[in-house]
Design a protein around this ligand. Structure first.
Ligand code: 6PG
Length: 465
């Protein structure tokens, strides 16, 4: 047996991960039904003599025992059909690592099914796109701890590094790896939406050119807002479409697509009753963007909004920082709740640590998050950390100013607005929700609790004179 690890699915991600592993000196191989993919792998990996197979039996027979198989195939039924094909070829103790964006409930089911056969199934989210896969992704594995130790050296070698620490660690049992990756993507959606809203303000509200927008994002990326998403966003505004000799960004339809991970995050948050409004708005606004013809006709009916927005770039920067912090805080809060509910036993400090490099939501602020959990790993919410409180306090005024200016100008900023309202509500000791309890008890005798004595009460509301 020649190979330590075998990759199934030699698309962009699979090939680049294999090349990354080969660079680090591991003997690895790949399988794909499509011969073209094998040719591509062998071409790109010729320096390492990378070999690919299109015969799954032959491929499996070349692997060291216990066999380690990494799946990089599209999430959904294809994962099940690949597992079904593999099962008869494997033996007890072998490890299958699903590295696609599978739904965590599918992962739960597969873990259980394969456990019966003595096989270890791992859900492992990988973030960082093509570049990340090739030169260092952030990886989020969950499953059997002992099985993890078999692949630990490969994963640590290929992961992105921050201060020499690899951006991968064992996260917890069951589907915890896919769960954490899903929430990562929820945060990714929120930050992308916030940046898009800033773009709308800069372009429409302040009349900035693409070149000027590039400069704003580039400058922000050199300071407290440093992040991968801002960095690539800045570059987008410089990109020319050679065919039309215009900026490519202006030629792209304003209808955002998605593959589901953001929606799943929102669905789970409802299930767990743990609000993440900024992420929800990001999901909803991608969906709203798809109603193009309705938007066009309604703009005609109500008139085009050409109002200018009275804000400065510094105020905008503060509002973005405030909202970005809140997006991370909401995602982390959801992880805390899910960890309790699903017994994942997640270590939030570890998660912040492996998100500092390699992944799409990497940002210098992740160091602040990491430090907050370093001080107190049982922190219920990031807003509870005193250093983060100081940052928030010094950014609230400008955040309000930007949001008020947008509201007055009639510019839609769903993520910004809901983020501020979330903050204002979460920092309110007594909410007006007592009234909801009274209403429920009035029309449905749903009962309520009192602040002055324990017990369950019902009032005879109709007796009102
Ligand atoms: C990552 C990305 C990656 C993928 C998203 C895109 O972390 O590397 O999140 O997983 O680009 O799934 O998701 P949408 O197509 O839903 O935007």
């Amino acid at each position: 047996k020649k190979y330590k690890l075998g990759m199934i699915g030699l698309g962009t991600m699979g090939r680049n991960l294999l090349l990354n592993m080969a660079d680090k000196g591991f003997s690895v191989t790949g399988y794909d039904k499509d011969l073209k993919m094998i040719t591509k792998l062998e071409d790109e990996g010729k320096d390492h003599n990378l070999e690919g197979f299109s015969d799954i039996k032959k491929f499996v027979s070349q692997l060291e025992i216990p066999r380690t198989l990494v799946l990089l195939v599209p999430a959904g039924p294809i994962v099940d059909s690949v597992i079904a094909e593999l099962k008869p070829l494997l033996s007890k103790g072998d490890i299958i690592i699903d590295s696609g964006n599978s739904h965590f409930t599918d992962t739960n089911r597969r873990v259980d099914e394969l456990e019966k056969e003595g096989l270890h199934f791992f859900g492992m989210g990988i973030s960082g796109g093509e570049e990340g896969a090739r030169f260092g992704p952030s990886m989020m594995p969950g499953g059997d701890k002992e099985a993890y130790n078999v692949v630990k050296d490969v994963l640590e070698a290929i992961a992105a590094k921050v201060d020499n620490d690899p951006c991968v660690t064992y996260l917890g049992p069951g589907a915890s790896g896919h769960f954490v990756k899903m929430v990562h993507n929820g945060i990714e959606y929120a930050i992308m939406e916030l940046i898009a809203e800033v773009y709308g303000i800069l372009k429409n509200g302040l009349g900035y050119s693409n070149e000027e927008i590039y400069k704003v994002f580039k400058k922000w990326n050199e300071g407290k807002l440093q992040s991968f998403l801002l960095e690539i966003t800045a570059e987008i505004f410089l990109f020319k479409d050679t065919e039309t000799n215009t900026d490519l960004v202006d030629q792209i339809k304003d209808e955002a697509r998605s593959k589901g991970t953001g929606k799943w995050t929102s669905e789970v948050s409802m299930e767990l009753q743990l609000p993440i409004p900024t992420i929800n708005e990001a999901v909803a606004n991608r969906d709203l963007s798809k109603f193009k013809s309705l938007r066009v006709s309604l703009e005609e009916a109500f008139g085009k909004n050409e109002s200018k927005i009275d804000v400065t770039i510094d105020e905008l920067e503060d509002a973005f920082y405030f909202s970005m912090i809140s997006a991370y805080a909401q995602g982390m809060h959801l992880l805390v709740q899910a960890s309790k509910e699903y017994q994942y036993n997640l270590n939030l400090q570890d998660i912040a640590k492996i998100w500092r490099g390699g992944c799409i939501i990497r940002a210098s602020f992740l160091e602040n998050i990491y430090q907050a959990y370093n001080k107190n790993n049982d922190l219920e919410h990031l807003f509870g950390d005193s250093d983060i409180q100081d940052i928030i306090k010094s950014h609230t005024k400008n955040t309000r100013k930007v949001i008020v200016a947008c509201v007055n100008a009639g510019v839609g900023i769903p993520a910004f607005a809901s983020t501020l309202t979330y903050f204002d509500t979460l920092t309110t000791a007594r909410m007006p929700s007592n009234l909801i309890q009274a209403q429920r008890d009035f029309f449905g005798a749903h009962t309520f609790e009192r602040i002055d004595k324990p017990g369950i009460f019902h009032a005879d509301w109709n007796k009102l004179s």
